[in-house]
Design a binder for this molecule. Structure first.
Ligand code: ADP
Ligand code: ADP
Length: 224
């Protein structure tokens, strides 16, 4: 898969220029989006996730016109926003089954198998009956990833997933992310340089809506 972002710009109604002529090429693997708060990372991710319009520019996922074919993009997409709510009284297992059902994944027994595999993947099998309201921040993030993985997405977008996690939870979460298949584009936004250097094959630095650098972490160290 190839994600091609070309000259993307966005100015909010309050006059903030969140994206200025952003162009990036992403291939399969983990791509880091590094930048301080307010850089435009979430704006870019929400636009790729078809949740917000751009003023100009284009985004293509292979031949798919992302800004136009929203329904098709959403079928290929797993999105974990920076903050997401959970229904506190429902168990992880029931919630995943419910989402799988909404996404039209298989019959009851197929869903049961899928949910069990997802929970195992994110190391929540033993907590699957607990209600989501009792989950720690790290457990909630891992649940979020399981939720984002339903339906085998080819494009996975995770927005500052480790904010509020302790170091052990962060490592567990990253182990999980780095296992996500080779035929998938994973975009990870962060303001932590180390996240990018340990996890990502490619990355971009974005600041005040502009791409300051795009390339591989190893080369970046040499060039800076
Ligand atoms: P909605 O589309 O529901 O009206 P908004 O467009 O107001 O929501 O906000 C979309 C996202 O951007 C939310 O996460 C919100 O917290 C955030 N947001 C809104 N305004 C600002 C702002 N001025 N600066 C930073 N983030 C903002
Ligand atoms: P980041 O994810 O890197 O923190 P954002 O994309 O959230 O950056 O924000 C980029 C800029 O756009 C910031 O100045 C922010 O205040 C502003 N912004 C974000 N969302 C909105 C919104 N819905 N309405 C107005 N301004 C916004």
């Amino acid at each position: 898969m190839q994600l091609t972002i070309n000259s993307l710009s966005k100015t909010y109604s309050n006059g903030v220029k969140a994206l200025k002529d952003v162009s990036l090429n992403l291939s399969n693997g983990m791509f880091g989006l590094l930048g301080p708060n307010g850089a435009g990372k979430s704006s870019l991710m929400r636009t790729i996730a078809t949740l917000q319009e751009a003023d100009s520019g284009s985004i293509f996922l292979d031949d798919l016109n992302v800004l136009q074919d929203k329904t098709k993009v959403r079928q290929l997409l797993g999105y974990l926003p920076q903050e997401f709510g959970v229904y506190p009284k429902i168990s992880a297992e029931r919630m995943l089954d419910h989402i799988a059902q909404l996404k039209g994944v298989g019959n009851k027994s197929e869903r049961k198998e899928l949910v069990a595999a997802l929970l195992d993947n994110v190391n929540l099998s033993k907590d699957k009956k607990k209600s989501l309201g009792t989950y720690s921040g790290g457990m909630k993030q891992r649940f979020g990833i399981a939720q984002a993985l339903i339906g085998n997405p080819k494009l996975i977008i995770v927005d500052e997933p480790t904010a509020g996690l302790d170091p052990a939870e962060r490592n567990r979460f990253y182990n999980l992310l780095s296992q996500l298949g080779e035929n998938t584009i994973v975009i990870l936004s962060t303001h932590i340089v180390e996240d990018v250097s340990t996890l990502c094959s490619n990355f971009a630095i974005i600041c005040q809506g502009e791409v300051l650098y795009a390339g591989q972490p190893d080369n970046a160290v040499k060039e800076m």
